[in-house]
Design a protein around this ligand. Structure first.
Ligand SMILES: CC(C)(COP(=O)(O)OP(=O)(O)OC[C@H]1O[C@@H](n2cnc3c(N)ncnc32)[C@H](O)[C@@H]1OP(=O)(O)O)[C@@H](O)C(=O)NCCC(=O)NCCS
Length: 203
């Protein structure tokens, strides 16, 4: 099993190159301390709609610096998609290896008992990379990383907004099932979804 420190010390453990069917190849790899500027460009480039669908604390250099400083500091593993050969970051994929008490409480209402072998996932692609199958192409790698940390199920980090039809379709086609809905502090309705990594794909 991996630890966050091992990954931070040797990002090549999780680095894979993906051949795109159309367009440039991308490299899937852990975020590193050298990524502050390209990550800032990625965050700054997100459209208002992408920022509404996938919320970060900020969309600037300071936020990118915080995310890079946080590597192996707490439960988050952040992976990026780097376009080749430009070096541009075109995706940020977050895995949270620990659960939040609010998640545990919500899933309990749906009769699902979350445990230490569950983790949370939140993907964000650059606007020009959305809706082209890249999220689906990369998902098996995410599932492998989760398994590498001893995880057996994946839930959504903060749920998915009920009006985010593309993301809901994306999760469904990658094996997630809706388990319930909740209204966030912003008054907006979101869905909880879960994937059982022990089930064969398509079950
Ligand atoms: C969500 C996200 C990671 C998905 O990755 P992706 O590469 O765009 O997804 P894919 O192209 O692999 O799959 C999208 C699916 O939704 C479908 N889709 C696209 N727009 C849709 C819409 N408006 N309504 C319903 N389905 C839609 C696509 O046709 C495809 O399904 P199909 O293969 O069965 O045809 C990406 O779109 C993204 O970063 N979105 C913005 C941020 C976000 O919403 N993050 C999730 C927060 S919970």
């Amino acid at each position: 099993m991996f630890t966050l420190t091992e990954i931070a010390d040797d990002p090549s453990l999780l680095t894979r190159r993906l051949a795109r069917i159309d367009g440039s190849d991308v490299v899937f790899r852990p975020l590193t301390h050298a990524d502050t500027e390209p990550l800032a460009s990625f965050l700054m480039g997100l459209s208002p709609e992408s920022r509404r669908l996938s919320t970060f604390d900020g969309y600037d250099l300071a936020t990118a610096q915080e995310l890079c400083d946080a590597i192996a500091r707490y439960d988050k593993l952040r992976l990026v998609l780097e376009e080749v050969p430009s070096g541009r970051i075109v995706g940020l994929l977050e895995l949270s290896l620990e659960l939040h008490p609010d998640d545990i409480a919500r899933y309990r209402e749906a009769s699902i008992r979350l445990t230490a072998t569950d983790c949370r996932f939140g993907p964000t692609l650059a606007d020009d990379y959305q809706g082209k199958g890249v999220g689906t192409q990369v998902f098996p790698l995410i599932a492998d990383v989760a398994r590498g940390f001893g995880k057996r199920r994946i839930i959504l980090l903060g749920g998915v907004l009920a009006d985010n039809a593309r993301a809901i379709r994306y999760y469904q086609k990658n094996g997630f099932q809706a388990v319930g809905s909740f209204t966030g502090t912003n008054g907006v309705r979101s869905l909880d979804m879960i994937l059982d990594l022990d089930l064969p794909p398509g079950q």
